[in-house]
Design a protein. Structure first.
Length: 252
């Protein structure tokens, strides 16, 4: 139907094309990856080694470098993923050891934060793969919450985008750290030769507007487009760090 908006529950995420996605985005370390790793590393360096009892990768997908980054600070990392295809990939990487293509990512993570364990496999030893919808997470559970290229890439509906962001923020305990990356102005996009997936175009001002009521110490920056990546129609990335604000108490 013309004009119909695709929402998250309209999509069969179990058919997410993991190998096409990896081939297009993560077989090489791109400048955009390095920018995200540098940004996130600065957040994780604020925490002593193993200082977080529990962290979450909110919609983990098959991207391993956020898990490598979190391993510097977290004694347990819940990689929460709804797609059966994504879950299979994550479980295989943990069981067999990460693909060699992740080694440059791990090397940069460790260079920027020496608290990252010495090998990719050691970094993943703290990861627990959770096959679940992120919307089912209990609020206030985690010391650190990380989300990378999720909320803007699972729906075309801005209201649903904002809801995912709110659930992400509230998954952290009050005072917990939030770190996130978004594709800027990402339209509906293709991966591989044919598959079509929803996108919700957002920018720094939209991300700030959504997170400002929920957080303190909110910092939002952006990077420009990366010509070494496929042209999905985006205009770069938006990067976020913040502290989860305590809910307001009842009026006296």
């Amino acid at each position: 139907m013309p004009g119909q908006v695709t929402r998250n529950d309209d999509v069969d995420w179990d058919r997410w094309p993991v190998q096409d996605y990896l081939a297009e985005n993560y077989r090489d370390l791109h400048p955009s990856d390095a920018a995200v790793i540098a940004h996130h590393s600065a957040v994780y360096r604020r925490i002593r080694r193993g200082g977080a009892a529990r962290s979450v990768e909110f919609g983990a997908g098959p991207n391993l470098y956020p898990l490598l980054l979190a391993s510097a600070a977290s004694r347990r990392i819940d990689a929460v993923e709804a797609s059966a295809a994504g879950v299979r990939y994550l479980l295989g990487q943990i069981a067999r050891g990460p693909d060699a293509s992740w080694e440059p990512f791990h090397a940069l993570c460790r260079e920027l934060n020496p608290d990252v364990p010495p090998t990719p496999q050691e970094s993943l030893s703290a990861v627990r793969v959770v096959h679940a919808d992120v919307r089912s997470l209990e609020p206030g559970t985690y010391d650190i919450a990380s989300m990378n290229f999720v909320a803007e890439g699972v729906t075309e509906d801005f209201t649903e985008f904002a809801d995912f962001c709110g659930r992400f923020a509230r998954s952290a305990r009050p005072g917990g750290l939030l770190v996130a990356a978004f594709m800027e102005n990402m339209p509906t996009y293709r991966i591989g030769p044919a598959s079509r997936w929803p996108g919700c175009p957002v920018d720094s001002s939209v991300v700030t507007e959504v997170f400002a009521p929920l957080t303190d110490d909110l910092r939002v920056t952006r990077t420009g487009p990366d010509p070494s990546l496929p042209d999905y129609g985006d205009s770069g990335m938006v990067l976020l760090s913040a502290v989860r604000r305590a809910p307001a108490g009842p009026p006296r």
